[in-house]
Design a protein around this ligand. Structure first.
Ligand code: LMR
Length: 334
């Protein structure tokens, strides 16, 4: 009996150790958009691959729709190690002090996805990710969303149509100047608060790719959407450097592989997700969709060329020129 209780006690004593050895490594992955978006779906896909390939040694907890943190807070949470992984929009890196990332906010900087990928999938993109390391962040990949539409309760066809409109933007000096040069008044508002700001008239309009507009139901409170493709919105998937470098090497390699495949998936679905979302807006019958003619788009582009010229010093001439060189497109010269 005595022997039996000693054996039992010994078993219980080692149990926490065994349990500890088997406890999975948890990656909290926080983001601000809906599940049914390119980023939302890619995050879920990464979770699936990471958990399958590490045979449960890693558990990825995805928190969508700003469930954990809003825009600015999530960056702080990552740096503090309260979450391990994020995929913030590229506009969110300027406020962090990585001003070079604001190159992605320049209006009309990419004419199409092929030009974008020359940057995000080439040396310029990789070089930009490296700039995050002194901030305690490792950049793993770029995930596409898409080209932005403009929305308001009046048709936006000419630059003059923007006059005096309060337009929601992300916190970016480049986007601020973009709206001012169109004659609008920019207002920085967290993504999770945009629907309400539009509904209550705190702002008159906004910009985002269709997938974000549709899944946040912004079209229900915006009568007109202009397909202008005037700018790009996409993401960098980032991790807390200390956490990432502290992972067992084999696990990190497996996760890198999962990220590589999730990135291919993200960039494969992004265009269709946005096309389908625009179709959803159209079908809702609540919003009229305006497509700019080539001449109308050119007039916007011309009105916004000054953003390139004036923001170059802030973003960094070297970065801006490297992007123009990679794309073969210099919209400052219009
Ligand atoms: C926004 O704030 O409009 C976007 O950054 C949201 C997102 O993450 O796509």
């Amino acid at each position: 009996m005595k022997l039996f209780s000693i054996a039992m006690a010994a078993t219980f004593a080692v149990m926490p150790l065994v349990a500890m050895a088997q406890a999975p490594i948890v990656i909290k992955f926080s983001h601000v958009v809906a599940l049914d978006t390119p980023k939302g779906k890619a995050a879920e896909y990464f979770k699936k691959l990471a958990e399958e390939r590490t045979k449960g040694k890693v558990k990825v907890e995805v928190y969508a729709n700003s469930a954990l943190y809003k825009d600015k807070e999530e960056m702080e949470a990552l740096q503090l190690g309260a979450v391990q992984m994020l995929a913030p929009s590229l506009a969110k890196f300027g406020p962090l002090g990585a001003k070079e990332f604001e190159v992605f906010d320049l209006p009309f900087v990419f004419d199409n996805t092929a030009e974008l990928h020359k940057v995000t999938q080439g040396p310029v993109g990789q070089g930009l990710l490296k700039k995050l390391e002194p901030k305690g962040i490792v950049g793993l990949a770029y995930w596409d969303n898409g080209f932005k539409v403009m929305s308001a309760n009046k048709p936006l066809k000419t630059v003059a149509d923007f006059k005096g409109l309060k337009m929601r933007i992300q916190s970016s000096k480049v986007l601020d100047q973009q709206m001012r040069d169109l004659g609008a008044i920019p207002q920085v508002i967290a993504f999770s608060e945009v629907y309400q700001a539009l509904q209550t008239g705190v702002v008159d309009g906004t910009e985002n790719p269709p997938s974000n507009l549709y899944t946040q139901k912004m079209h229900e409170v915006q009568k007109f959407v202009t397909v202008s493709d005037h700018g790009y919105l996409g993401y960098a998937v980032i991790v807390n450097k200390k956490f990432w470098e502290g992972l067992p090497a084999d696990i990190r390699t497996t996760l890198e592989g999962a990220m590589k495949d999730a990135t291919v998936y993200a960039n494969d679905i992004a265009k269709k997700e946005n096309d389908d979302a625009l179709e959803g807006v159209r079908k809702s019958g609540k919003t009229q969709i305006i497509t700019l003619t080539a001449d109308e788009r050119k007039a916007w582009k011309k009105a916004l060329a000054g953003v390139h010229r004036e923001q170059q010093g802030r973003i960094g001439k070297e970065t801006v020129e490297a992007v123009y060189k990679a794309t073969g497109n210099d919209p400052s010269k219009l």
